[in-house]
Ligand binder design. Sequence first.
Ligand code: ATP
Length: 213
Amino acid sequence: MLSARFLAVGHGRTTLLHDVEFDIAPGEIVGLVGPSGSGKTSLLRVLTGLNRPLDGEVLIDGDPLPKRPRGQVAMLFQSARRSCDPRLTLRRSIEICAPDSGIDWDSLCTKADLQPALLDRRPDQVSDGQLQRAAIARALAGRPGYLLCDEMTAALDPAATAAVVATLRRAADDGAGVLFVSHDLPLVGACADRVLELQSSTVTETSPRKVPS
Ligand SMILES: Nc1ncnc2c1ncn2[C@@H]1O[C@H](COP(=O)(O)OP(=O)(O)OP(=O)(O)O)[C@@H](O)[C@H]1O
């Protein structure tokens, strides 16, 4: 279980969110919605351990998030292009994120819906949707317990979006907990098991069928 406990999130002296309390269980997709600038990315960076909270703590199975939670929590970004090294093949990018025990490429490509023939191309030789699925493969290669997805379908067409959402559902079915941030409210309503909403500088839970419009 990934848990936020009385979290306060902000930058410097500015508090964006306070008293944030929620859990993400293995196997579920939790949506996170809120207005632009409300602090969704800032919250994800705290949950990933990239930034420190102003107050409160992040727990994994009751224990504080380690300073370097390598392998436990992975973050996926809107722009896979900006988050990958343009000089490396997709295969190499994935390999360097995997533990020493090696990679079952067939299984990983199936899970991420990535054509194995693309593995030896560089990022500039694949489409945005293919690169986003390679980013998912790279995250899954580290066998994370939790995937935190920040607007990762925002630049994709409906078919590529559906493919990415299907890979997240497979990851959840395999036991990962997924936090899915998006401004696409119908998409969140359709794919999330539960939805969290940022409003009044904190987090409240809403039903997927009542995602605010
Ligand atoms: N490193 C930083 N230092 C200072 N302020 C920051 C920093 N990063 C973000 N902010 C500010 O924090 C606020 C929340 O930003 P954040 O990116 O978390 O919002 P968001 O909800 O993800 O927005 P969007 O939906 O537009 O991506 C914004 O006002 C932003 O300008």
